[in-house]
Design a protein. Sequence first.
Lengths: 421, 421
Amino acid sequence: MITASICTIGDEILIGQITDTNSAMISRELGKAGIRVREMISVGDERDEIARAIAGCLEHDGIVIVTGGLGPTKDDVTKGVLYDITGSTGYVRDSRQTEIIHRILSSRGLDVLDINLRQADVPDRCDVIPNRLGTAPVMVARFPDTAFGRKAVLYSLPGVPFEAEGAMPYVLEDIRKGFCLSEIHHRTIMTYGIAESALSDLIAEWEERLPSCVRLAYLPDPLKGVSLRMSVYGVPDAEKIFEEQTAKLRSLLGDNIYSCSGESLPEVTGRLLRSNGWTVSTAESCTGGLIASLLTSVPGSSAYFLGSVVSYASSVKENILGVPKSVINTHGAVSPECAAAMAEGVRRITDSDFSVATTGNAGPSASEGKPVGQVWVGISSRKETRTMEFHYHNDRKRNIERFAASALDALRRVILSGTEA
Amino acid sequence: MITASICTIGDEILIGQITDTNSAMISRELGKAGIRVREMISVGDERDEIARAIAGCLEHDGIVIVTGGLGPTKDDVTKGVLYDITGSTGYVRDSRQTEIIHRILSSRGLDVLDINLRQADVPDRCDVIPNRLGTAPVMVARFPDTAFGRKAVLYSLPGVPFEAEGAMPYVLEDIRKGFCLSEIHHRTIMTYGIAESALSDLIAEWEERLPSCVRLAYLPDPLKGVSLRMSVYGVPDAEKIFEEQTAKLRSLLGDNIYSCSGESLPEVTGRLLRSNGWTVSTAESCTGGLIASLLTSVPGSSAYFLGSVVSYASSVKENILGVPKSVINTHGAVSPECAAAMAEGVRRITDSDFSVATTGNAGPSASEGKPVGQVWVGISSRKETRTMEFHYHNDRKRNIERFAASALDALRRVILSGTEA
């Protein structure tokens, strides 16, 4: 089986100023093509460290993907390392990339500086895959079988995440031409509402009886819940195995499963609304607009999402959402009565079929006698309003995420339970 | 100088299902303590790969931080590797962690299962740092100087990000007891509104004259703008150098600099509002609640943030914000007139001192004749309303982020320009 390694370059990663998201994106894309990533490594902008890391990767893997170290203001250390390991004898300015640089900068109304054009200069023993989304091209170093006792190809991608992502289809096309790829399959079952250890208990018997070719991983996440990932290597009928095992999981977990296709909670909830021709609005206190932000992160969400009122101040709850002052005075803002009034209020003023409301205390400290982590969710339809309480015990950021996801999940369950708008 | 490496364990990372954020957090914490991270490496849940990666780290670095591979449903492969490399002869159940497991699970109303208690079992040659936030303890393996020709300590942290973060202060306390730490300093100057290459052009002369002990890095990010990070190693008067260089940058970049202390754009904008006793509201179309979500991510934001209306549907713009139908019919929703009417509308109904409005097209495709990436921002105070246009050319997610950050930055500049509420 062909393995790959991913080498990320940049002091900014090593000092923790930015989080490397490229490696995850690249490994997802390689995985889909049946290439197993054996290792990811991050090193700083030091020539020696880069050369050592790349040599280590080439030693173990036929495919090495390098990202970063190519920006207009970088020292081009990566380029220098590629120059050396390919035995290049000079730099060549790539005409296709030069054109792209002119096009991109002029569309932004910027002058084309020499520093920009130099990005199209490439070691003469490297191939080039033009980068349509940015100024630094992808460089490809191909090594003779004699170098590492087998085929080895190195791809150097720009570090800017959306440029690296845009380059991957072309990199994979190149890989497919040069390598005979084997099969690897993943299926992820996404659940919400059960803690990891309770889930593990629920499905322990099923897990024990899994065929030996299936590997299972538990992946907890505040916005996604606990995902169960099944992986199958080198088996021809992976789809059939997934179908069988997914059916068994469904009978064990029921509506706790919200997706088997990779759809996110906002996508699933949006699809349920859309397929019924229903609309939704949100009234958010402690979630501060995150539910609206999640719903609108989905392209096409304007078909079902009408809008939101983020009612952080009590005056906004009263004046815009029409929450009676007496509700807040008697029960407090963090109460089922307030959640219900907020949900009903936003549904009325937006004329939506459903609405979701949140009011709680995300932290950092207890407030109005309400502990950190407590939230009330209101779900209102044209026929009825329900409220439910959730408790978490995390930091502010994490609580806000869990509150928002719990509210979306509550809406999903209400719709699945057969409630009509 | 003492170096460290960070080894992250988990198939879920290697297949790209989750992004490793622990490494960035850990390296930030180590950096603050003057420890340089030489390398980060991620490997799967295979015992051999973990053992090989850890051995490689210990070979190069005195401090090795391992995360992951410890969850209740993991195969405890990390624990097995620690057992082997420390030459342990059995497992010991840690009483402090056992207590914590009971406390955490009962506070969530969950039964304490045997699978949970087994997490407190630790190889007998490892020290334990209790994990107050989760069920898996931190394990510490100390190696005699003879093993690697110098002091070497390995810390194994749980993979759950907030648990790993919560453990770091105790890990650093332990490191400080055992190592004599040298000095490393970073100062980050955060700018918004100038592209990376234009910024590099503006400060080229300054950059050339930087003292040789200062390293500079450009860090572009859609939500943060371009940050300039200066790093100084092993110099006693780092603060003085930073002050001098920051003053020079300020004279070159003026208000394009929004922070020199690590404060984010929402924090800086919030502080400006708070110190003047002003309040703010937002009216968001294309940003879908993200500006409100960013503002409320800051603890204490209720002092100045009143609320938001996310007006995705035209009906919400008209009925709640009071945008005249004629404005939308004549100029379209993506227009300066609509942005101004939205900003004035939300300021009126929330009675805030300032308001921010966004209306644009984030993508994926052109809509109502408006190209992807176009946004109009409205900033309204009690005295006047201004509108401004921004153009980006990225994907939907990135455009939404840039729109929201541009709007926050526009508010910041309006306040700095001396506009009174």
